[in-house]
Design a protein around this ligand. Sequence first.
Ligand SMILES: Nc1ncnc2c1ncn2[C@@H]1O[C@H](COP(=O)(O)OP(=O)(O)OP(=O)(O)O)[C@@H](O)[C@H]1O
Ligand SMILES: [Mg+2]
Length: 276
Amino acid sequence: MEATKPNILQVRDLHVQVRTTEGFSTLVQGINFGMKKGEILGLVGESGSGKTVTSMSILQLFDQKNMKIEGSITLQGRELNGLQTKEMREIRGKEIAFIMQNPMNAFTPVFTIGHQFVETIKSHTSLTKKQAKELAIDVMKSVNLPDPNRLLRKYPFQLSGGMLQRVMIAMAACLRPSVIIADEPTTALDLHNQLLVLQLLDKVRSEYGTSILLISHDLAVISEMADDVIVMQHGRIVEAANVFELFDHPKHECTKQLLNTRPTFNMEQQTITLMV
Ligand SMILES: Nc1ncnc2c1ncn2[C@@H]1O[C@H](COP(=O)(O)OP(=O)(O)OP(=O)(O)O)[C@@H](O)[C@H]1O
Ligand SMILES: [Mg+2]
């Protein structure tokens, strides 16, 4: 009875406004969507359509003084909108992980990858340092990251952007979040690294049953990865459909335009070699 399973993440009537000198101005409105366990939901739309505002609102990463977030965001039935900062901090990383465009921003340059990995795990679990390191290595192995021991001894600047992004995803997967929000996770990468990162996200989904909100302006990426897709324009959802339906029978003008400007991209046609 797949259809009756409750959604892991449910967003209802999300309306986000920002304070300006002339009062509140709307950034996104009427946002409704749900995510099932193990589903990849693609979120596409032209630049400025509200994709990042939507994801930042789910994670409540906005300064609450200047932003008004109305509507309901439930994670496994629990309302997130209105939670205290401390409660939300516990949810971020542990239950909803965030993968951003530039992984370098997510790491501190002065500590090794291993140190940061272990500290992240320790801050959300009661594991000892030794256990946290073992968990890090296990997860890196399970997602096919090569030579985890060596990777953990490196500093962020010693890794390529693509490798850092993959470490970031492994780090997120370690805590078995029910949801990963990946905002343009491959935009800063070359094609080879894009493929590795997308394959890794897919592996995390199949290995851990994680639901992934994959944000991209690139419909080629979405067509390879997503089960369902929502399209945003001017702060609203203009189309939502199963990925095949959307690509075969796009309804909204905006979707048609995005489809017309799409580059071709096929994960299966590429031969991938893993290197550190
Ligand atoms: N912190 C903020 N304060 C005020 N306005 C904002 C803020 N963040 C985003 N906006 C505005 O909200 C709108 C949506 O921006 P958003 O960053 O969500 O677009 P996007 O779809 O993620 O675009 P891109 O594809 O370029 O990343 C834009 O008009 C942007 O200027
Ligand atoms: Mg964005």
